[in-house]
Design a protein around this ligand. Structure first.
Ligand SMILES: [Zn+2]
Length: 204
């Protein structure tokens, strides 16, 4: 994907070595008749279990609607991530610079480090400086949208801090200059997480 080409040579070599190992060790399962090709394998190398559907899929959903009510239903999805499993729709993950893949990878990173877990409910002293900064940025983002301001990134980021992190990760790797210009503090926070600034990597 495009973001991969922007990495510095050493970073790229490290990523490729890691991907090769994951590709050997990972279990792949095609769903709904989807054939897992080499290209698919290489692209999604990086997760523990990956379910790949040929296109968008429908899943049973259970959402907490508040006051102890769980709303159940069926919804169309393009991808999702839990702690161990990533589900992808390959047709949705296709041309768009791998935005969907970046998005689901961001959720994996988030789960792994517990970055946004209960971010809004926890007291400030239970949070790291990084988490407090992310919470401030998320709150400012939501407030700006509520005030009718134009959204600097996809509005879906307002859903919750986890989506804010995942959506801004997409921009961090695909349109880094724009993200740095529109949300400089978010760009800096993501740089702390991924330790590879696509802006700098590109100009090398
Ligand atoms: Zn998401």
């Amino acid at each position: 994907m495009a973001a991969h080409r922007r990495l510095a040579p050493a970073e790229r070599a490290a990523l490729e070595a890691l991907a090769a190992r994951f590709r050997r060790e990972k279990h792949f399962a095609g769903c709904a008749g989807f054939r897992v090709t080499e290209r698919v394998r290489w692209t999604v190398a990086g997760w523990r279990t990956v379910l790949v559907y040929p296109a968008g899929y429908r899943a049973r959903s259970a959402r907490h609607a508040g006051a102890g009510v769980v709303a159940e239903g069926v919804e169309d999805r393009a991808g999702e991530a839990t702690r161990d499993v990533v589900v992808l729709s390959w047709s949705d993950a296709g041309d768009d610079g791998g935005r969907l893949i970046l998005h689901e990878t961001a959720h994996q990173v988030d789960f792994h480090f517990g970055l946004t877990e209960h971010l809004l409910e926890r007291t400030a002293k239970d949070l790291t400086p990084w988490q407090r900064a992310l919470r401030r940025e998320y709150s400012a983002f939501v407030k700006a949208l509520n005030d009718g301001k134009r959204s600097p990134i996809d509005r879906y980021a307002a859903e919750d801090p986890a989506e804010f992190f995942a959506v801004s990760t997409e921009d961090f790797f695909t349109t880094p200059k724009r993200l740095a210009a529109r949300l400089p503090r978010v760009h800096a926070l993501l740089n702390d997480v991924y330790r590879s600034d696509p802006l700098r990597a590109r100009s090398r």
